[in-house]
Design a protein around this ligand. Structure first.
Ligand SMILES: NC(=[NH2+])NCCC[C@H](N)C(=O)O
Length: 359
C-alpha cells in the first residue's frame, strides 16, 4: 500500500486498512511553519480561481428533512475547503421553485381561497400539508390534474395572480429555510430554478442539434446510459404540454455557470439518486462544447453524491407522501438530548467532587 502513495515525507508508515501514521518530524515542521508564517500556508494550492457549489437546494413548499442535513454539511464543508485554498466560491442555493408542484399547489390554494394572492397567510407546515394534499389530488383526480398543469403554464407565462401567489409561497419557505440554515451556520445564495427561465430559449437553441422528438416530448438522448430494454436514457427538455422540466433548468444553469459566471469548477451536492441526471447534463454540455470533456483543463463539473437517508422501513424518504421527520424537530431533539447528557455529567461530577471533599 505504501508503494502506491506518492512519495511524501508526510507519511511515516501505513498498513492495510485506513491506518496512516503521520511522521512526528513532518508534524513538528508543519506546525512550526504555521506558527511562523500563518495557517494559510497549510492550504493546498489549486489552479482554479472560481467555483460554484450548488447546495443545499431544497424544494420550496416542502419541509426540510434529515437528508437535507447532508447536503448542508457536505456542501458547506466543500465551500469552506475551497475558500481556504483561496478560491472564490459562489454558493448557489438552487431551490426547486418552478415545476409542476407549483401548479398543483396554486390550484389547490385558489380552490380553497380564490383571493389567496392578496390575503393569504400560511406557515410552512400548513404549506407542506397542502402540498401533500395537492399531490394526492393530482394522482386521483384527472380534472384537477389538468387544471394544475394549466396553472404551471399560467405561472411560467407570467400571469399576475399566479406570480403573486407563487412569490408568497417562496417567501414563506425562504423564512423557514433561513432560520434552519442560520441555526446550522450554513450560507448559500438563493438562485432557484426560476432564475434560469429567461435563458432557456437561448440554451435550447445552442443544443438544437442534440434535441430529438420522442413521442411528443423533446429530449436529449444519452450516449452512455441505457434504461429498461436497452433504450438510451434521456433528458426531457420540453414536455408534451410545452412546459420545461428540472432537466431543462439544469442545462440552462450549467450554461450560465460556465459562460456567465465563468466558474472553473461546478460542484453539485445531492443524494446519489441524481447521479444519472447529472451525468446526462454534463454529457450534453460536453457535446455542446461548454465543458471540455476528459481533458484535465477547466471548466469541470462534478456531482458529489451522498447516500440516501432511508426511512425506518428501508424505503426512500419522500416528503410528498409519507410522514418524514422534520429537520427542525430532529435538531431540537438532538439539542435536548445533548443538554440532558451534559447536565447529567455535571451532576455526576458535582457529587463525586462532593464525595472526595467529604473524604
Ligand atoms: N442544480 C441542481 N439540480 N441542484 C440540486 C437540486 C436538488 C433538488 N431541488 C432536490 O431537492 O432534489
Amino acid at each position: 500500500m505504501m508503494q502506491n502513495f506518492p512519495n511524501s515525507e508526510m507519511i511515516e508508515s501505513c498498513s492495510v486498512g485506513v491506518n496512516v501514521v503521520l511522521s512526528d518530524n513532518w508534524i513538528a515542521k508543519t506546525i512550526k511553519k504555521m506558527l511562523v508564517e500563518g495557517i494559510e500556508t497549510w492550504a493546498p494550492r489549486l489552479i482554479i480561481k472560481r467555483a460554484v457549489v450548488d447546495f443545499p437546494s431544497p424544494n420550496i413548499a416542502k419541509e426540510l428533512h434529515v437528508g437535507h442535513l447532508r447536503t448542508c454539511i457536505i456542501g458547506d464543508a466543500i465551500a469552506r475547503l475551497l475558500e481556504f485554498s483561496n478560491v472564490e466560491v459562489l454558493r448557489r442555493n438552487h431551490v426547486g421553485d418552478w415545476g409542476t408542484q407549483f401548479g398543483m399547489l396554486l390550484e389547490l390554494i385558489f380552490e380553497e381561497n380564490p383571493n389567496w394572492d392578496v390575503e393569504g397567510q400560511l406557515a410552512l407546515n400548513d404549506l407542506a400539508a397542502l402540498y401533500k394534499k395537492a399531490n394526492a389530488r393530482f394522482k386521483e383526480d384527472s380534472d384537477f390534474k389538468e387544471r394544475a398543469q394549466k396553472s404551471v403554464v399560467r405561472l411560467q407565462g407570467g400571469e399576475v395572480k399566479y406570480v403573486k401567489a407563487w412569490e408568497k409561497i417562496r417567501e414563506i419557505s425562504r423564512g423557514a429555510f433561513n432560520e434552519l440554515f442560520s441555526r446550522l451556520g450554513v450560507q448559500s445564495e438563493e438562485m432557484g430554478e426560476s432564475f434560469y427561465g429567461k435563458y432557456i430559449p437561448e440554451v435550447l437553441e445552442a443544443l438544437s442539434d442534440q434535441v430529438k422528438d420522442d413521442d411528443g416530448t423533446r429530449v436529449i438522448f444519452s450516449e452512455h446510459l441505457l434504461g429498461k430494454g436497452g433504450k438510451p436514457l434521456c433528458l426531457i427538455v420540453v414536455k408534451s404540454d410545452g412546459g420545461y422540466s428540472y432537466d431543462t433548468t439544469d442545462l440552462a444553469a450549467l450554461w450560465y455557470r460556465v459562460n456567465q459566471e465563468k466558474a472553473d469548477w461546478i460542484i453539485y451536492v445531492t443524494d446519489v439518486g441524481q447521479k444519472g441526471h447529472f451525468q446526462m447534463v454534463f454529457e450534453a454540455a460536453e457535446r455542446a462544447g461548454w465543458l471540455p470533456g476528459n481533458d484535465p483543463c477547466c471548466p469541470k463539473a462534478f456531482h458529489v453524491g451522498f447516500g440516501l437517508v432511508q426511512a425506518e422501513d428501508g424505503k426512500r424518504l419522500r416528503t410528498r407522501d409519507s410522514e418524514v421527520p422534520r429537520l427542525v424537530d430532529l435538531l431540537d431533539e438532538a439539542k435536548n438530548c445533548s443538554k440532558g447528557k451534559i447536565l447529567e455529567l455535571i451532576k455526576e461530577k458535582k457529587s463525586s467532587d462532593q464525595l472526595s471533599e467529604d473524604s
